[in-house]
Design a protein around this ligand. Structure first.
Ligand code: NAD
Ligand code: GLY
Length: 369
């Protein structure tokens, strides 16, 4: 069986380089899993929502390549991105006598992908893994670039490893079953690439936002390809986030505070990032880096993607104080000082600190009464 491969690009990391393949129907085609590291066993990691939809097809496609293909089904949700759930992967690996050549396949969204990658990084000190992302967010961001990990109650993605997959297979066909709210969440990470790197892409997203929300396949294919190209360029230059890669966290400092403050899983990650970008844009304006028109334009687009643009109140008595406390736990913070990814001109991002008083004023302005 052949399936339409629309695009293939490479993430260039020397001996850790790998292809990102984008197309429809890819995960059911055995040919797409040839040329992976040889092993006798494979373990598909999925969750209780995605496994019933796609695990059988993936299992059948892997069967020609491995003597045994096992499946572990995790509970669904950001709230399960924790040690206890991670351990279910190690349980499955050990119960099935998986050796150090076993290949893991992450079949699901960013939660499954991040946890599978972290399990692969640490099982027997490292086994190969493949990303088969099934959400828009995972296809345009989380499956690419090798950030893996889990949450800690005190901070988002605080425990993890940089560990690159062998391959990323973005099957656009899986997006048909995605709930609309998840499509919007994925669009937040698509929109992100415009202001930080490519204003022509932002123009294109604006012109195609309705098609994207409606899941037009051609529009999605372009959005996934361009997003992956930008991410690949950034990661190829700065794999371990020594500097440049931090720009991919535009909106994430405020966004992580929203997620941690509300409790993981209340707002979706993409929703928090979308709103976080609005807040970061306001902070950029307050620092004189962009004008009000830019902030309004970005806010309109984020709203058109179906995302919230007003931040939640995390603490009725001192909301800004609560945001600030949560943001100090961000991985970009240095010696307790928060560092924000801001826009310092259309298509250009920078990292900066800001006075607490200024940040407080932005939070007050951006949060729902
Ligand atoms: P998710 O993994 O929770 O998936 C969203 C929901 O969609 C889940 O309920 C899932 O079961 C369901 N689902 C997945 N695919 C489906 C399909 N095809 N049809 C129907 N339902 C489907 O969330 P997400 O938005 O994919 O990822 C968010 C996570 O990714 C967060 O934990 C975030 O921290 C992480 N992330 C990581 C990186 C990175 O670089 N590693 C980047 C961005 C985000
Ligand atoms: N999502 C941010 C990064 O991969 O660096």
């Amino acid at each position: 069986m052949t399936t339409p491969l629309l695009n293939s690009l490479t993430i260039a990391l020397g001996e850790r380089s790998y292809p990102i393949q984008i197309g429809s129907g890819l995960l059911a085609d055995a040919a797409n899993f040839a040329d992976l590291p040889k092993a006798s066993t494979a373990l598909i990691v999925s969750n209780s929502t995605v496994a019933p939809l796609y695990a059988a097809a993936l299992q059948a496609a892997l069967q020609p390549h491995y003597a045994s293909v096992h499946l572990v089904v995790l509970p669904d949700g950001e709230a399960h991105k924790d040690w206890q759930t991670l351990n279910l992967i190690f349980d499955a690996l050990l119960q099935n006598n998986c050796d150090r050549k076993t290949v893991l396949f992450a079949l699901g969204g960013g939660v499954v992908g991040d946890m599978t990658g972290f399990a692969a990084a640490s099982y027997m000190r490292g086994v190969p893994f493949v990303q088969v992302p099934t959400t828009l967010l995972a296809q345009v961001d989380s499956s690419v670039g090798g950030k893996t990990g889990i949450n800690h109650p005190l901070g988002k993605n605080m425990v993890g490893a940089f560990y690159q997959p062998q391959r990323v297979l973005c099957d656009l066909g899986t997006l048909k079953t995605l709930p609309p709210r998840e499509v919007s969440a994925g669009l937040a990470e698509v929109i992100k690439y415009g202001p930080i790197a490519d204003m022509a892409f932002l123009d294109w997203i604006e012109a195609h936002i309705e098609a994207l929300v409606a899941r037009d396949v051609q529009a999605l294919a372009h959005a996934v390809r361009r997003s992956c190209e930008i991410k690949a360029q950034v990661v190829s230059q700065d794999e371990r986030e020594g500097g440049l890669r931090a720009i991919l966290n535009f909106g994430h400092t405020f966004g992580h505070a929203i997620e941690a403050g509300l409790g993981y899983g209340d707002w979706l990650h993409g929703e928090a990032v979308g709103c976080g970008m609005v807040m970061a844009a306001h902070l950029s304006q307050a620092l004189g880096l962009v004008d009000a028109a830019f902030v309004q334009r970005l806010t309109r687009l984020i709203a058109a993607a179906g995302l919230p643009v007003r931040g939640p109140v995390l603490d009725a008595s001192d909301n800004a104080g609560r945001y600030l406390a949560l943001m100090r736990v961000d991985k970009k913070a240095e010696a307790g000082a928060i560092r924000f990814v801001l826009i310092d001109g259309p298509g250009r991002a920078c990292m900066r600190g800001a006075e607490d008083a200024l940040v407080r004023a932005v939070i007050d302005r951006c949060c729902a009464a």
